[in-house]
Design a protein around this ligand. Structure first.
Ligand code: WQD
Length: 339
C-alpha cells in the first residue's frame, strides 16, 4: 500500500517507516521538522536502500494538507505527528491543543475528501490516567492529568466519533507504553529536542558525557526497590506493531480497534540504570530527588489483545533496548546533524 506517515522523521515514525518499507509498502513522509531534523531522511534512505518521498507540511494548515492528499493517492495513514512533552504541555496548553487536535482534524478532513479510509493512530498509555490498576487493559476508562494526555484522550474520542459516522473507515488506536531503544545499525535513534524528559535518553546522554547524573525521581514508591516501574518496549517491536495493525485494518469489520503495545513486564528506574550501566560499560551516577508531579508507581500493559488479534509480541529484552540505545548514542554523541 501507499502510506502517508506523518511525523515520519521523528523517533517512532522513522523506525516505523523502515519496517513499512521492508514489509513492501511505499511510504511518503509528511513532517514540519519542528521536533526532528531533515538529516534523518538521508539515514533512512540509506537503511531502506530506496529513496523516500517527503513533504514539509504543517498539518494544521488544512489547505496544505488537502493539497498533499490531492496528489498523494494514499491507501492509508499512520499518524505520529504531534507534540508530546508532558511538562511543556502544562506550560503551553494552547499550542498543544491547537497543534495536536488541529492536525488530526485537518488530516481527517483531507482523508474524507480524498477517500482514504485507513488510519493507524499513535496513542499512549498516558490515556489510562493516574488511578488505573495494572496491568492496564484496553477496556479501561480514559482520563488525563495534563494537556498532552488530554490531547490523546480527545483525539481517540474524535477518531471513534468519525468512525461511527463513516462505515468505510477503519482505525487502529495504538497505546504505546514506554518506547525506548534504536535501530540495530545505530544510525537512527531517539534524539530529543532540547532537554530530554524521558529516562532512556537521559541515561544515554549521561553515559556519553553530555550530562552528569540522573535525578532519581522518588525512592519511596510501593515497589520492590522503591522506584517507579514502567513497561519499556523496544522501538523496533513497537514499529512491528504498526505494520501488524495496518494489515489487520484490511481484514477487520471493527470501525475502531484499540491495542496496547507493551511487553506486560514492569521494570524499575533503578533496574534500568543498572541495565544501562551494564550495556554501556559506563557509570551512571544518580542523585535522590523528590517524586516528579504526575508520576505513578506502576504502569504496564496487559498485552493479550494485541497478541491474540495481531499476533504481535514485544520480543526484545531490556538489555537489547539498552545496548541498541548505547550504540546509537555512542556513534552519535550529539544526535543527528543539523543538516
Ligand atoms: C520513566 C520513569 C520517572 C526522568 C512519559 C509520558 C508518556 C510517554 C512516555 C509520550 C519514571 C523516572 C525519569 C528522570 C527519573 N510519552 N525518571 N528521572 O513518565 O513513564 O512517560 O514518556 O507518549 O506519555 O508520560 O516516562 O521516561 O519520563 O519516566 O527518575 O530524570 O523514569 O519518574 O518513573 P513516563 P519517563
Amino acid at each position: 500500500m501507499r502510506i502517508l506517515v506523518t511525523g515520519g522523521s521523528g523517533y517512532i515514525g522513522s523506525h516505523t517507516t523502515l519496517q513499512l518499507i521492508a514489509a513492501g509498502h511505499e511510504v511518503v513522509i509528511a513532517d514540519n521538522f519542528s521536533r526532528s531534523k531533515p538529516s534523518v531522511l538521508g539515514r533512512l534512505e540509506a537503511l531502506a536502500g530506496t529513496a523516500i518521498k517527503y513533504h514539509v507540511v504543517d498539518l494544521t494548515d488544512r489547505a496544505a494538507t488537502d493539497r498533499l492528499f490531492a496528489q498523494g493517492a494514499f491507501d492509508a495513514v499512520v499518524h505520529f505527528a504531534g507534540l508530546k512533552a508532558v511538562g511543556e504541555s502544562v506550560a503551553q496548553p494552547l499550542e498543544y491543543y491547537s497543534n495536536n487536535l488541529g492536525s488530526t482534524l485537518s488530516l481527517l478532513a483531507a482523508m474524507r475528501a480524498h477517500g482514504v479510509a485507513k488510519l493507524v493512530f499513535s496513542s499512549s498509555a498516558t490515556v489510562y490516567g493516574e488511578d488505573a490498576p495494572v496491568p492496564m487493559q484496553e477496556s479501561f476508562p480514559t482520563s488525563a492529568t495534563n494537556p498532552y494526555g488530554w490531547t490523546k484522550v480527545m483525539q481517540e474520542q474524535i477518531l471513534r466519533d468519525v468512525a461511527a459516522a463513516d462505515p468505510n473507515i477503519r482505525i487502529a488506536l495504538l497505546r504505546y507504553f514506554n518506547p525506548v531503544g534504536s535501530h540495530a545499525s545505530g544510525t537512527i535513534g531517539e534524539d530529543p529536542h532540547g532537554v530530554p524528559n524521558n529516562l532512556m535518553p537521559l541515561l544515554a546522554q549521561i553515559a556519553v558525557g553530555r550530562r552528569d547524573a540522573l535525578q532519581l525521581y522518588g525512592q519511596d514508591y510501593p515497589t520492590p526497590d522503591g522506584t517507579a516501574r514502567r513497561d519499556y518496549l523496544h522501538v523496533e517491536d513497537l514499529a512491528a506493531g504498526h505494520v501488524a495493525a495496518l494489515d489487520r485494518l484490511g481484514e477487520t469489520a471493527e470501525p475502531v480497534s484499540t491495542w496496547n503495545l507493551g511487553t506486560g513486564t514492569p521494570t524499575s528506574v533503578l533496574e534500568m540504570v543498572s541495565a544501562f550501566a551494564e550495556a554501556s560499560g559506563r557509570e551512571i551516577p544518580t542523585v535522590d530527588a523528590p517524586r516528579r508531579p504526575g508520576d505513578i508507581a506502576d504502569s504496564y500493559a496487559d498485552p493479550a489483545k494485541a497478541r491474540t488479534e495481531l499476533g504481535w509480541v514485544a520480543a526484545r529484552s531490556i538489555h537489547d533496548m539498552c545496548a541498541d540505545t548505547w550504540r546509537w548514542q555512542s556513534q552519535n554523541p550529539d544526535g543527528f546533524p543539523d543538516e
